[in-house]
Design a binder for this molecule. Structure first.
Ligand code: XIL
Length: 378
């Protein structure tokens, strides 16, 4: 029988019963949203070998919006995040500029809260990201460091951040967006590659692995849905590094799609060729934006096209053995990054601002239901 106790009583009890353990103020699970049965959620119908996830809104563009921190203050949002998903990804809360704002300062409170929430709600966590050209703090990008100092800074950051969450993060996007669209390395805008050379990529993976040997370590990028120069570059790089003993587990495709362009019909073939190398694969940030005209609603045809893109992306992942994680980059338009970053486009997520489910939501639900039997992680 479950007994509800007050927080004070729980702390007292743990102090009495477990005198040597640090008091754990485990967050209670979030209540289910009113009117939503647990069977009527994405995580309930997801097959047990596939995690269904969402980004957790906070940091980044949210900081310049009129609303307070979504994850902290929006209770109906939290309830849906808990109810619908069995994986969560911090949208910005682990990026360098957020988590390491000054050279001697780490800001972990927000990520700690996400990890607690995930544990209370039986969700896994994807870590994002350790090695990137974007959203780095000024002290780092504008700093005057020697090569040795920069190397030490990166190593220390990776060991500190990965180490703090060791055992609590299932997959890490260790390196994000290291290639240009033409398949060449980002040797100018990525500070690490520019200053330390391409070998530093392998070190980043090694350090992450040392700090959490159980976490699965990924490359992650956009524009790699299909068979193209950029995805070819990963297909060449990953086995080459693995042959040198570099601990790499997977290749992840962000999946920021737009109805302005055709659906990347070669997504499945692309996932499959990484799967054939023995790698795990994942879709980590999918959203499907569309043209919006201010003051008007999307048309039924636009919503149907969007639903079909979400569905085909999920079907591609479901069809590939080790594609084991499918994450949408936010689930409500209220907090989507799209209108802030793509002028004239929006409506990119699966729920409207009041959490009304769009056709895209139902397309995901149906596709999960029809995926190979064997449920779990509910
Ligand atoms: C975006 C966030 O959604 C925004 O809040 C932030 O202001 C900018 O970054 N590729 C990535 C993500 O790997 O980290 C980006 O997230 C979207 C593109």
């Amino acid at each position: 029988m479950k007994v509800r106790t007050s927080l004070a009583a729980a702390v007292l009890a743990s102090a009495i019963l477990l005198p040597s353990a640090a008091p754990t103020l485990a967050a209670p699970p979030a209540p289910r949203p009113p009117g939503i049965e647990k069977q009527d959620t994405l995580r309930w119908v997801a097959p047990k070998d596939l995690r269904i996830g969402s980004a957790v809104a906070g940091g980044g563009h949210h900081e310049t919006q009129a609303y307070p921190d979504p994850f902290t203050y929006d209770q109906p949002y939290r309830e849906r995040l808990a109810a619908e998903f069995n994986s969560v990804s911090p949208e910005n809360q682990l990026k360098w500029e957020f988590v390491h704002p000054e050279q001697d300062t780490y800001r972990f409170a927000e990520m700690d809260a996400i990890v607690q929430f995930a544990q209370a709600n039986k969700q896994v966590v994807r870590g994002h990201t350790l090695f990137w050209h974007s959203q780095n703090p000024e002290w780092l990008e504008e700093g005057d460091f020697t090569k040795e100092e920069l190397r030490a800074i990166l190593k220390d950051h990776i060991q500190t951040v990965v180490g703090r969450y060791a055992g609590k993060i299932q997959q890490w996007d260790v390196a994000n967006e290291i290639f240009n669209d033409n398949g060449t390395l980002r040797t100018t805008d990525n500070i690490w590659i520019r200053e330390l050379g391409p070998d530093i990529i392998a070190d980043a993976f090694r350090w992450a692995h040392e700090a959490d040997p159980k976490a699965k370590l990924f490359f992650n990028d956009y524009g790699v849905e299909g068979l193209n120069a950029k995805s070819n570059a990963y297909l060449e790089l990953i086995p080459r590094l693995q042959a040198q003993g570099v601990p790499i587990d997977g290749f992840a495709i962000q999946g920021h799609l737009s109805t302005r362009y055709g659906f990347p019909g070669d997504l499945r073939a692309n996932l499959q060729r990484f799967d054939d190398l023995g790698l795990e694969t994942a879709i980590t940030e999918i959203d499907v934006r569309m043209d919006v005209v201010a003051g008007t609603e999307p048309t039924a045809a636009q919503l149907a096209q969007q639903a079909s893109y979400y569905q085909r992306a999920l079907e591609a992942c479901v069809a590939v053995d080790e594609c084991n994680s499918f994450t949408i980059w936010g689930f409500t338009d209220t907090y989507s990054w799209v209108p802030v970053f793509f002028s004239g486009e929006g409506e990119a997520t699966v729920m409207e601002e009041d959490f009304t489910r769009k056709p895209a939501y139902y397309a995901l639900q149906t596709t999960l239901e029809q995926a190979s039997p064997g449920r779990g992680n509910r």
